[in-house]
Design a protein around this ligand. Structure first.
Ligand SMILES: [Zn+2]
Length: 333
């Protein structure tokens, strides 16, 4: 069975706290506030085959600009892969993915969280594609030059900017998937109008079970599924139950079941968001909890849907889209 988590913030530990992800650390807790949830040692123990590393810089990067900070993230990942050839590979194409899986190593996949990473220069999207970025989450917690965040525009009244439409068109040409997590709902539909290929919502839950702007409505779930895209299940209590400190693995399974019922079992995967300072559902404390999640998914949904959610869906979309330029016809602004 393939185990994939398409969205983690392990690089935050590395870039901002100087932690070496080669080595085992403890999960964070009141007693161990300096812990983290993902490192190579524990991902290896968990049998993770594909691990998504999101690059991230705060909206106002304190000492350099956001683009430089993004380069620092890619550099940190490259350094990690170089120092751990026995466990990790930097995978930028379908061929590399297949070779990595056949060799039994962890396929490291890069994503970019927050379109503020590129500043005001859409051509930087091409650099991200060169470095193997599979997706870019267009928005984050605040509006950026691309458009409105669901956190500031919870009713989805605003639209992408002209620059945002240009960025989406450039991503289509360069072969980077639009990740619609954090995007306001009005702009969500606009991106679907501008593109024809698969899209992601890399980490989140569903609105029908937890009414939060970060979660997807049934219409949005259906639209992503119709496009052959993927929805990553977040493990954050807050977006699954509405409560910051209450939530169990059963809640993740409920969201998975709902998404699979609305969009079919082929549109669901794991996008845990671990190491984004989230409270993970009980009893999952770190990446070693993922096999238990898969076990619970299998109990509730059956073996085949559980295998798809655990990793087959992610690998299918990666094979189809990773490093593929001009992947769709697109409509520019
Ligand atoms: Zn996020």
């Amino acid at each position: 069975m393939i185990l994939a988590d398409i969205h983690t913030h392990a690089l935050v530990s590395s870039v901002f706290f100087g932690r070496d992800l080669s080595y085992r650390r403890r999960p964070p807790s009141v007693l161990h506030p300096g812990g983290n949830q993902v490192d190579l040692a524990r991902a290896w123990d968990a049998g993770v085959d594909v691990l998504g590393f999101a690059t991230y810089v705060p909206w106002s990067y304190p000492w350099r600009d956001c683009w430089e900070g993004t380069l620092a993230n890619f550099g940190a990942f490259g350094d990690l892969a170089e120092r751990n050839p026995e466990r990790l590979r930097w995978v930028r194409s379908a061929g590399q993915l297949d070779r990595c899986l056949a060799a039994g190593k962890i396929a490291g996949i890069l994503g970019v969280e927050g379109g503020h990473a590129i500043g005001d220069d859409a051509s930087r999207v091409w650099h991200l594609a060169e470095w193997g970025a599979w997706y870019m989450t267009l928005l984050h917690f605040t509006d950026n030059l691309i458009g409105p965040s669901c956190h500031t525009d919870p009713h989805g009244k605003r639209r992408l900017t002209a620059f945002g439409r240009k960025v989406v068109a450039t991503m289509d040409a360069a072969g980077i998937l639009p990740d619609l997590a954090h995007l306001a709902s009005g702009a969500f539909w606009e991106v679907l109008d501008l593109t024809a290929g698969p899209v992601l919502s890399s980490h989140g839950g569903c609105r029908a079970l937890c009414d939060h702007p970060r979660n997807l409505s049934d219409e949005q779930i259906r639209a992503i599924a119709d496009r052959g895209g993927l929805i990553g299940l977040i493990l954050f209590k807050r977006y699954l139950t509405g409560k910051l400190w209450r939530g169990t693995i059963a809640d993740v399974v409920r969201h998975a079941e709902h998404i699979a019922t609305i969009g079919g079992p082929d549109c669901v995967c794991i996008g845990s968001d671990m190491d984004a300072f989230i409270s993970t559902v009980d009893p999952i404390r770190d990446v070693t909890g993922l096999p238990l999640l898969v076990e619970q998914l299998a109990k509730r949904l059956g073996d085949e849907p559980a295998r798809k959610i655990a990793g087959d869906n992610a690998v299918r979309l990666l094979r189809r889209t990773l490093g593929v330029r001009n992947r769709t016809t697109f409509t520019a602004e």
